[in-house]
Each structure stands twice: as C-alpha cells, then as structure tokens.
Design a protein around this ligand. Sequence first.
Ligand SMILES: Nc1ncnc2c1ncn2[C@@H]1O[C@H](COP(=O)(O)OP(=O)(O)OP(=O)(O)O)[C@@H](O)[C@H]1O
Ligand SMILES: [Mg+2]
Length: 404
Amino acid sequence: MAEVILKNVRKVYPNTESKKKKKKDEAVEKKNNLEITDEGVVAVQNFNIDVADKEFIVLVGPSGCGKSTTLRMIAGLEEISGGELFIDGKQMNDVAPKDRDIAMVFQNYALYPHMTVYENIAFPLKLKKIAETDADGKTHLKKMPNDEIDRRVREAAEVLDITQFLDRKPKALSGGQRQRVAIGRAIVRSPKVLLMDEPLSNLDAKLRNQMRAEIIKLREKIDTTFIYVTHDQVEAMTLGDRIVIMRDGYIQQIGTPQEVFNHPANLFVAGFIGSPQMNFFENCQLTKTAGGYTLTVMGETITLTAEQSAKLAAAGVESRSVTAGVRPVHISLGESGIPAEVDVSELMGSELHLHLAANGQDVVAVIPTANIDPMAYARHTAVKFGFDAKLVHLFDADSEKNLI
Ligand SMILES: Nc1ncnc2c1ncn2[C@@H]1O[C@H](COP(=O)(O)OP(=O)(O)OP(=O)(O)O)[C@@H](O)[C@H]1O
Ligand SMILES: [Mg+2]
C-alpha cells in the first residue's frame, strides 16, 4: 500500500568531458533535445504526479526521454537533483534504496545463475531483517524464519505459475519464465511500490503478449502500487490506469488510455499514441463563420460540430491556419471526398492498411475488410477519402497544442 508523489522533480546529469565535446557537433550527435545548462544535461524536469495507492502508472516515451531516470530516482538508485519524492506521505529524497520498501524489475532479469529458482526468489528475504520486540520490551532485528520464507516463496511462485520450476536453474528456463522469476523475486518482499523498467522488451512478440496478460492478472493478486516504464505505446495503453507521456525530459500529458487517445494534449502525444500513427494535415484553413467553424483540408471543406465550435469559440480562436489530425481508422473511402491514389495496400487479415497519395502527402487509412473486396484497392487505384468532423483533432501550428 503506498501513495507516491513527485513534486517538481528534476534530474541533472553533470557535464562530463566527453559530453562537452559532444556538444560541439551536436547536430549530428543529438537525437534528443534535452536542455543543457551549466550544471549539465537536464534529463528530467517539472515532473509532478500523485500516484494513488495501488494505481498502475506507465511512463512512456521515446528513447532518452527520461523514463528510466525517473524510475531510478524513485528507487533511490539515482540522486534527485531538485524537487521532492514522497512515499506514503514520507519524504524519501535522502532515504537509502533499501529503506524505501520498493522493488525493481529490470529488462535483463539479472538472476543468479548458480542458484535455483527457489533460491533466487528467497534471496531478498534471506537478506531482510525484521524488527521484533522481545518480552523485555527491546526491539531486535532478526532474520526472517525459514518457514515464513518458504511460505512466501511458494505463494509468489503460485501467483506467477512457476511452482514447477522451483528446483531448476535459470539457464533451464525460457525468457518469459526467467522474467517471471525476476518478478517473483521482486514481489516476495511485498514491496509498497513495484517499479518495472521495460521488463518485457527482451521477449519475443508472442511471449510479450502473454507476459502482458500475466502482469494484468498479477496486479489483481498483489496489493502494490506499480510504476512501469516502456517505450511501447501498446503496452502503455493496455497496462496503465494512467499513462505519463514524456518527451525530452518533460511530461507531455498524464491521463487514462482513453483520455490520451481521444484527447491528446498536443501534436507529439497525438503522433505517439495510436498505431498506425495519426495522419497530420498541415496548413488547413480554419474559418470562423456566423454559425460555427469550418475546416478546409486539401480543398474539401467540412463543418465542425457544435461542440467543437463551442470549444474553439470559448478559447477565442479566430480564423487561421492549423494542423488537422485524423486517425487512420477514422478515414473512410467513398464516392466523394479528397481525391487520392492507392500507393501501397497491405492486407492485415481483418483490416486493410492503405497508403494513399494525396497532394504529395502519404495518408494512411485502415479499412475493415468485412464488407469490401480488398483486391479492389490495388496500387494506383483512384479513390476518394474523407472523415467525420467529430473525429478530427486540431493543433496550433506553432505551439502544437490541441485546440479542442
Ligand atoms: N549517467 C548519466 N550521465 C549523463 N547522462 C545520462 C546518464 N544517464 C542517462 N543520461 C541521459 O539522460 C537522458 C535520459 O535517459 P534515460 O535512461 O532516463 O532515458 P529513457 O527514457 O529510459 O530511454 P530508453 O527508452 O532508451 O531506456 C538520456 O538522454 C541519457 O543520455
Ligand atoms: Mg530506459
């Protein structure tokens, strides 16, 4: 049981010689746009979140955006450069990792190869000292009794369905089984908070899906707050109660999977969440009329809904050029609409993924195959596409913020 609060948390990695050198040919070297100050590289800043007890939070974002750094600061493996971390109301900035009542699972399972699965899971309990008050009123730190260790190891093994492997060594296990042992070793201590850093990324696609389902089940069985890091948006969407989308050390949006999917705060979130990626149409004319707003995309004008118009009016948006976003599943083909030509047609079983060339732009449409003949959409076929006004997202061309 634990509530985890981060207040204005910041991490600066001091400049090292090699980093300073790198800065010079930045244009080639730098993939991220992390802020660089005199102190060093700012890997995380303005990080604010209140994680509720037993909540499952997922940190997601591209490589180098600061996910692991944030997790490691919560674990105490990385010093917090600024701001405050609270676990269950207690400030933890300077508390040693072992005293934070946290367990962490990494991408590489880091099991002890010479120990059996049982010994691997039991290991943290053997190290753990528990406070016990004697008859004389004095408190002593004692080892956990062996029968208690045994009970806990078997319970964790049961939860993770690895009881049959308890006597094996890790080398005789598959990747997914090893990862379960690593999780077992983490949960056996009943930590307040379970931190997981890309725990599934070493597994192949099928195993990853299986383990994802295991983790969903696991959280129902144990009373722990989860903070989970991944760069895979599908994992984030399926596991998280709330998702934290990060970029260049900053939080972009915090919300439920539905919220971030339906109302991405900005262009980055819109492009990051959802696969295939949202289509963006730049330089679309948004026009304020007496009755509401209209939007012109590639020469086709649509009328926005009353709700959308009300939001734009409330925000004082005048006629201007905007970036429109439409998800591939929301693009429909029909008799009328924007003319385009099929460039690539990918049949994915129940769906057809079409890359359409329209005005020199690639537009992706995902069409259910149930009621169409996929062969009718071969390369170079001329089509017309459109979308429902209520499914369009509008972004400010400069700030990239969502306007509605
Ligand atoms: N010890 C360090 N010294 C200096 N810079 C570091 C250090 N560790 C990480 N960084 C930088 O901080 C940034 C954030 O790193 P972090 O490991 O948190 O990213 P991440 O989001 O976990 O990425 P990935 O998905 O690749 O694991 C990166 O740009 C990285 O280069
Ligand atoms: Mg990482």
